[in-house]
Write a protein that binds this ligand. Structure first.
Ligand code: 3PY
Ligand code: MG
Length: 249
């Protein structure tokens, strides 16, 4: 089942951000039972090699490995898809034109501009998956990140783009863009998120968000967000290390 199909299921899908850029950490987190893990190519020290290692480490688990590309650059999109990621999160999508461009980058001609590396790409089983080229568009899920004032202004147009399968709100960048750097719980930011969610709902697309706490995650689930990041590998490690020390101090 593709992630876009899974998003239509009964319950929200909970994920954990992977910022440690490490296959061993990814494998450990995969044992925890999350619906998805997000491998971050935008803000974490990932390369194609580290992403490959993480993807291989989680391949035997029933979870969706999502990759966040560094930007909407078609070259990154092509490379991440060829590595074998089938779900991509595209940061900083600010307009319908940008949204259409990232969809085009994820599709082979004539629908798009994705280059073909069929026999040398992991995505195709190194050429053994004879259905891949024909089915790639159905298998791939493209998620646009909404995280700026400009994106809020254009959100209906972004959501209407065919091939944008879901929209994910980034509260940290949205707060910064709205003049509340470091304060995503500010009422203005929260109001903007509510408005954005309503527009995404009206477009009939699934909405996702990065939750700021377990309580925030529960609230987002109750509000109908379909996929919710509830923390990060780094947060879990540091939080656990602090709690352990505090327990004996
Ligand atoms: C943000 O909050 O800006 C993110 O990109 C992660 O959700
Ligand atoms: Mg962001």
């Amino acid at each position: 089942m593709s992630f876009k199909q899974a998003l239509a299921g009964k319950r929200p899908l909970f994920g954990l951000w992977q910022a440690m850029a490490n296959g061993y950490a990814a494998e450990i987190c995969a044992h925890a039972g999350y619906d998805w893990l997000l491998f971050d190519g935008e803000h974490s020290p990932n390369t194609a090699q580290t992403l490959l290692c993480q993807l291989q480490a989680v391949s035997r688990f029933a979870l969706e490995p999502i990759a966040r590309v560094p930007s909407g650059d078609p070259v990154s999109i092509k490379q991440y898809l060829d590595l074998g990621f089938t779900t991509l999160l595209i940061p900083m999508v600010d307009s319908a034109e940008q949204a259409a461009a990232v969809v085009s980058a994820s599709r082979y001609p004539p629908q798009g501009i994705r280059g073909v590396a069929s026999a040398t790409a992991r995505a195709t089983g190194f050429g053994t998956d004879k259905d891949y080229l024909r089915q790639a568009a159905d298998r791939v899920t493209v998620i646009a990140q909404i995280e700026s004032r400009a994106a809020l202004g254009n959100i209906a147009g972004i959501a209407a783009v065919e091939g944008i399968d879901a929209l994910f709100i980034g509260p940290a960048d949205l707060a910064a863009s709205l003049g509340h750097l470091g304060n995503p719980m500010h009422p203005d930011v929260q109001a903007a998120i509510a408005t954005a969610k309503a527009v995404i709902d009206a477009a009939g697309k699934p909405a996702g968000i990065f939750a700021l706490s377990p309580e925030d995650a529960r609230n987002r689930a109750a509000q109908g967000f379909r996929f919710i990041s509830i923390g990060s590998d780094i947060g879990v490690l540091l939080g656990g290390a602090k709690a352990l020390l505090a327990a004996v101090s």
